[in-house]
Design a binder for this molecule. Sequence first.
Ligand SMILES: Nc1ncnc2c1ncn2[C@@H]1O[C@H](COP(=O)(O)OP(=O)(O)O)[C@@H](O)[C@H]1O
Ligand code: SF4
Ligand SMILES: [Mg+2]
Length: 329
Amino acid sequence: MAGSGTAHMRSTDSPVLTVDDLVVEFPVGRKQKVHAVSGLNLDLLPGETLGILGESGCGKSTAGRAVMQLPSPTSGRVHLGERELTGLKTRDLRKARARMQMIMQDPTSSLNPRRKVKDLVAEGLAIWGFDGTAEEKEARIRETLTAVGLDPTVVWDRRPHELSGGQCQRVCIARALMMNPKVLICDEPVSALDVSVQAQILNLLERTKEQYDLSMIFIAHDVSVVKNISDRVMVLYLGKTCEVIPSGDMETRAAHPYTRMLLASIPGAGDREVASSAAAVELPSPLNPPSGCRFRTRCPLATERCAAEEPELRELHPGQFVACHHPVG
Ligand SMILES: Nc1ncnc2c1ncn2[C@@H]1O[C@H](COP(=O)(O)OP(=O)(O)O)[C@@H](O)[C@H]1O
Ligand code: SF4
Ligand SMILES: [Mg+2]
């Protein structure tokens, strides 16, 4: 798929998820609209973790939700395997979508506070019409709770408020796993957790991905976290892709000035002066994004061309795609 940055990878594997020209706009008043996601392309290969990185307000959550059709995007196509999700009616969509699960930032608010852990985890079984016995159902719940590092006997009858944030996120992961997903979309899954718990949940996600043979989209604003967990990283700015790069090449080869700015924000990184001057400028309004390159109002390398002409995503090195008229390096 043109411009997605993945065609060169394991070309024998067909993607588990393909997103073409995804656009999400929110109408504001009678005339204006928020350009939250403006033409996103990606494909996710089997077993891959694709990171989506960008500051708060760049459109990451909107993109993740639009892929899930929650709600459906303004335009664009989403294929889960061979199946096109866009345009499916409610019942078919609910079934098809079950193979794709989302983990949200705030685990406590994504769980019904009145329900017990055993029921929260069992909910998914009803959706895909599990027809086993009560014993089989219970065994399945116990097995899944154990897989996410919870002791079923301890948490079985607890409600979310009796659990820590980390435990709640484990319950959310268990709920997702009950659906037999192929794709897990994690939207800032550790941002709301204590630092001491973050690493545990990240490890759990990596282990779960292997054990359940999943592919993962990992959304976050934290460069270090995204870089460590992902195979490839897609950098998003005001709803558009700036760069797609193998995570191992980020430190040495990142070529988009925005990616460089984000990298320089990691404590201890070099290149700080350029970065901090750009970082100090606010994100422009997505109601009226800058002409040409959307990053130009903060870019230390911007020229007249950047205001006049939108840079297209093109391959700079094998596996690295950049949308910039004057890439760094
Ligand atoms: N339902 C909505 N209505 C109007 N604007 C929205 C809505 N949801 C998100 N936005 C706007 O879309 C932009 C992208 O938001 P979001 O996807 O939440 O970014 P991120 O997850 O990267 O922080 C922001 O400007 C946000 O205010
Ligand atoms: S196109 Fe121009 S403004 Fe945009 S990132 Fe590249 S140099 Fe900066
Ligand atoms: Mg978000």
